[in-house]
Design a protein around this ligand. Sequence first.
Ligand SMILES: Cc1cc2nc3c(=O)[nH]c(=O)nc-3n(C[C@H](O)[C@H](O)[C@H](O)COP(=O)(O)OP(=O)(O)OC[C@H]3O[C@@H](n4cnc5c(N)ncnc54)[C@H](O)[C@@H]3O)c2cc1C
Length: 404
Amino acid sequence: MISTILIIGGGQAGAQAIDTLRKEGFGGRLVLIGDEPQLPYQRPPLSKKYLCGEMAAERLLFRHQSFYDEHRIELKLGTRAVRLDAGARQVGLAGGETLTYDRLLLCLGAESRRLTCPGAELAGVHYLRGLADVAPIQTGFKPQARVVIIGGGYIGLETAATCRKMGCEVTVLEMADRIMNRVVAPAVSQYFAAEHRLHGVDILCDMRVTRLEGRERVERVVCADGSSHEADLVIVGVGAVATTELAISAGLACDNGIVVDEYCRTSDAAIYAAGDCTNHPSPRFGRRVRLESVDNAFEQAKTAALNMLDRPVAHDRVPWFWSDQFDNKLLIVGLSQDYDRQVLRGDPASRSFSVCYLKGSELLAVEAVNHSKDYMAARKLIADRTPLQADRLADASLALKDAV
Ligand SMILES: Cc1cc2nc3c(=O)[nH]c(=O)nc-3n(C[C@H](O)[C@H](O)[C@H](O)COP(=O)(O)OP(=O)(O)OC[C@H]3O[C@@H](n4cnc5c(N)ncnc54)[C@H](O)[C@@H]3O)c2cc1C
């Protein structure tokens, strides 16, 4: 008999799990423990509309207080879970309280990877992961303020676009030879680099940051090639690491995330995990992955909730992700590793194109730039493993779904 479910982590996954548990009829005690003080909120606008002040904080919330009251959710916000005793099925909170569970769901998310070079601790150096990170960045938004962004991944680039919109002078320093190099094809990197440059962002690749300098606060960023970049504000976007401390301390299997099976179960039968913090199998792609996306957190949390209620269902989704930079929308669906051929559909100069990844005749992934039709078609083709013809695929006058 499951009478108490605890959820640790009040982000995307935690909020979704609550929804599903109550919708699916769980009537027992449901407690959400979150170390951020706010009601669960969405993170994507933090680097986009919320950062530039176009969206009110109220609109970030998934649900208002009344929802939690009506659904009898015990909220323990601004409270960190600091102990997990899997044997006794108990969680200890920072304030000293101990809670006992029948099922536990870990939705611990991920944390910004920190810079370790000299000067990394100077004032004026910022990270962007949670709501509390936004206001200190916004206070630096003054016309012509010099913003140096370290890292040309999604968060760095979205933030660069927003800072530029706010009138700042923006430089992006990327260590690799192209932006978003780990996640998109060269054609997509080139397109976005050109878009950023067109809007006045200085994109510099092959730049390894060696130190940050300044007296009371950061004044410049120095790179291995000897170049120095004057900065009033530095924003670091060099990736994120799964939050696993609590799971490791409880003896749960962890390896680049909390290891779960396709039912979102950890190495302890009463403990489940969902979202950015998990390392999970993807049956569709035949390998383990750790994903950082809204879609993954949302879908895994739904699956975990059902499994916690002893309704077995496997998590086997084709992952997808989006990024907004200036007026461009990048949509990525599938996993591109293991491909043997890339096919470009359309002309990047038209500002709408996609890159398809094939293994033999099987479509593994698509990166669609301002092309939601290709993205929509790809979701189905990838899920169904529909065999495609590469030459038809390359013909952008044919709809993607007709390349079969
Ligand atoms: C700035 C930004 C922009 C993004 N943009 C996009 C986008 O455009 N598209 C997209 O698909 N994805 C985007 N993402 C990623 C997406 O937001 C995450 O993948 C998603 O939020 C993951 O949800 P989660 O519930 O796993 O983790 P989170 O939302 O990170 O929530 C985890 C929560 O657990 C809390 N926690 C951790 N440890 C404890 C503890 N011991 N006790 C109590 N609480 C704890 C954390 O503080 C946090 O509140 C973006 C992320 C950021 C930061």
